[in-house]
Design a binder for this molecule. Structure first.
Ligand code: TXA
Ligand code: MG
Length: 344
């Protein structure tokens, strides 16, 4: 394990990790969204190890991380012009774009598909590691199905003995994964809501992005989308009930319903907003952040989903949030983490 301060690390501290990547090993590293589990994207055997270590379904392709736009030419046979437009404005950043894969990229990366998902992460450690080694194929550094890791200790818990190097650079900035957009399709399609709001992408492109109804039957909605979206994911071991409201203007009445649901199930914990936490006196509460600041909620979410299992409760009940901006990504993660969903 290498512990680093992202604002003042020395390149030499990353050399063992870069050597591990070049030698076909696996390295867990920080990005601005969540921690990634990386391998040399052009080394098929190394990429296969990622699936084995995570217990990842073989039909779930992996995002490749680059450190300069020029690497797109190495990895892809075709990049849509719109992708260049977004990349120019938003990379490095939490945005993943689909391109056509080059024959050089092993099918292990794309799970047999002709499209390749690429992003340039906005994290100095990730960028330097790529620069010192190679384009890095990396899914989130969790055991498949678990919440994505937003802290070094999450990675250690899930993967410690199974990877060559873990780089711990503290808490990640966004706490939810990148937004994935397919610009090869007409109109563009949102494959996964994420840290970069789709509304902002539409402004830059000057056109609408098709947003599938991710909530409507997870498997059905994502059949043709990011294959990873069809799996239940992010789930704590404790049953999680998500109580959604059609709208969140009457917060006190809403909290009363959430509380009633929690009290039906024995010992309960509630994942609550700052505004409603005070209505849950006597119950265990994990406060996520303020409804007016979805950034804070996104950032706290995966750590909260992991902490639920440490509370010794029979059930956890999560509040819902408005699906605007980052709220779309937050609700997508909560729905996929929930064992039951109630809409009131
Ligand atoms: O923020 C992120 O994107 C993080 C950090 C580490 O970069 N990575 C991440 O990777 O979230 P992962 O593997 O946990 O999620 C990647 C998602 C999966 O749902 C996968 O199905 C989808 O991206 N994906 C990857 N390649 C794809 C492709 N060629 N076509 C469609 N979906 C793809
Ligand atoms: Mg993941």
């Amino acid at each position: 394990m290498i512990k680093l301060d992202p604002s003042s690390f020395d390149e030499s501290q990353l050399l063992p990790a870069a050597e591990a990547i070049k030698g076909g090993g696996l390295v867990a590293f920080p990005t601005e969204t969540v921690y990634g589990l990386g391998a040399d994207a052009l080394n098929e055997a190394a990429v296969r190890k990622i699936y084995a270590v995570k217990g990842r379904p073989p039909d779930n392709p992996i995002i490749v991380h680059i450190c300069e736009t020029g690497q797109l030419e190495l990895l892809s046979s075709y990049v849509p012009e719109k992708a260049y437009r977004l990349a120019e404005r938003l990379w490095p950043g939490p945005l993943t774009l689909l391109v056509r894969k080059s024959p050089r990229v092993p099918y292990a990366v794309t799970a047999g598909q002709e499209t390749l998902a690429v992003r340039m992460p906005a994290h100095p450690v990730a960028l330097k590691l790529i620069e010192l080694s190679a384009p890095i194929a990396a899914p989130s550094a969790n055991i498949s199905g678990r919440p994505s890791p937003t802290r070094g200790e999450h990675v250690v818990k899930d993967l410690s003995s199974r990877v060559e190097v873990i780089i711990d650079a503290g808490e990640t900035l966004y706490g939810v994964e990148s937004t994935i957009v397919d610009l090869l399709s007409e109109p563009p399609v949102l494959l996964r809501p994420g840290a970069y709001p789709v509304e902002e992408l539409e402004k830059i492109l000057g056109e609408k992005i098709y947003v599938p109804d991710f909530a409507r039957g997870l498997a059905e909605a994502s059949r043709a989308l990011a294959p990873g979206m069809k799996h239940r994911h992010y789930a704590p071991r404790t049953p999680l009930i998500l109580v959604e409201a059609r709208e969140y203007s009457q917060l006190e009445a809403y909290a009363r319903t959430v509380r009633e649901e929690a009290e039906k199930h024995g010992r309960a914990a509630i994942l609550a907003s700052k505004e409603t936490a005070r209505f849950y006196g006597g119950l265990k509460v994990i406060e996520l952040g303020s409804r007016g600041d979805m950034f804070s909620i996104a950032r706290a979410l995966f750590d909260a989903l992991r902490r639920v299992d440490e509370l010794g409760v029979d059930v956890a009940v999560a509040e819902g949030f408005e699906e605007r901006g980052l709220g779309l990504a937050v609700m997508n993660r909560l729905r996929r983490a929930a064992s039951r969903r109630i809409v009131i």
